[in-house]
Design a protein around this ligand. Structure first.
Ligand code: TRP
Length: 333
């Protein structure tokens, strides 16, 4: 059976982009079609300036939201990365297989480190080595499929390279995984800047981002204030009308219809925005209700995560032990 691994980084509140672009598919398809592991990758949240209490809060919230969205702990494994030692154990071994040149070529590293330096800040070493930890996340479980957005394609490519190199040098140990990208239709862009992805970063960008836990009134306000394009024809044209196309994509994702077909039903931006806002509010309603229930029962979420970590450990341990042996470390006995 196919094994799937994916992760969410608790660096911000989960967004409509995370949900429509990834999580919803994990719930509807992936957890049933494969043996699936979904991980809150909290170690990755420490690669940039962070507030410890906030990371802890966001990790718990991300886990609760994944469960609220419908990941079923009886069907798949939901857990927190730092609760399973094998990730860090394997990351070190893979650092002995990766090269510094390879790390410095990663686009995300180049962008993030340049931004940090421009601000006069320093760059954490873990930001450079982060893709190796991500490779460890995937390889520890022998995952063959990694559902991620395009921005992670280069990291999965690196993961493949490391797996192949390790296997060639030290004997067959790792499954060589591949990235699987959800269909383009689910790619949600910022409501304020439809040229960039609806990411988790807050601050200035927050007006363009719908968070899963935004109150319905806030969702409505953000959608109604979405930037649209000049003219007033509703057309599905991602290049000429990226703002309108983004609204149509969101409405399509919430209603199960085709964006181009939806465009024909609308003759004003205002009505399109209003219907999109309502569709989003309705799409998120059950998730919010379920999340509130889970918040009222933190012992349940902790229990799920504890059991998830235990199951994950059981899967990862033998493979990481095998990697330790293969690379020349003395078995602990
Ligand atoms: N790097 C991913 C991101 O920023 C998160 C991630 C970490 C991940 N480890 C992973 C995704 C392993 C898939 C598989 O979104």
């Amino acid at each position: 059976m196919t094994r799937i691994f994916s992760g969410v980084k608790p660096t911000g509140h989960l967004t409509l982009g995370n949900y429509l672009g990834a999580v919803r598919r994990w719930v509807a398809v992936d957890q049933h079609a494969a043996e699936a592991l979904f991980c809150v990758v909290d170690l990755h949240a420490l690669t940039v300036d962070h507030d410890p209490a906030r990371v802890r809060r966001l990790s718990r919230q991300a886990a609760s939201l994944l469960l609220a969205a419908g990941l079923d702990p009886d069907v798949c494994t939901v857990f927190v990365q730092s609760q399973v030692d094998e990730h860090a154990r394997l990351a070190y071994v893979l650092e002995c297989v990766a090269t510094d040149g390879e790390m410095r070529r990663m686009i995300q590293y180049k962008e993030k480190s340049a931004r940090e330096r421009a601000r006069g800040g320093s760059v954490r070493l873990s930001l450079l080595t982060y893709p190796v930890l991500m490779a460890a996340d995937i390889l520890a479980y022998g995952a063959d499929e990694v559902p991620v957005g395009d921005d992670q394609a280069q990291h999965v490519e690196l993961t493949r390279d490391l797996a192949v190199r390790f296997n060639q040098r030290y004997g067959h140990t790792f499954v060589v995984p591949k990235a699987v990208h959800p269909q383009v239709g689910a790619r949600v862009m910022s409501l304020q800047d439809p040229g960039s992805k609806m990411g988790k970063s807050d601050g200035d960008a927050a007006a363009g981002i719908v968070y899963l836990l935004d109150e319905p009134e806030v969702v409505r306000k953000k959608v109604m204030r979405a930037v649209t394009d000049s003219g007033h024809e509703v057309e599905y044209d991602r290049d000429a009308k990226p703002g309108v196309a983004n609204l149509l994509d969101i409405l399509a994702a919430c209603t199960g219809r085709e964006p181009a077909a939806l465009a024909e039903d609308y003759h004003s931006y205002g009505v399109l925005k209003k219907d999109t806002a309502e569709a989003v509010v309705e799409e998120l309603r059950p998730l919010r209700v379920r999340h509130a229930e889970l918040c009222a029962d933190p012992g349940y979420v902790d229990g799920v995560l504890r059991a998830g970590a235990e199951r994950a450990r059981g899967l990862a341990r033998p493979r990481v032990d095998a990697a330790y042996r293969a690379i020349g470390l003395l078995p602990a006995g």
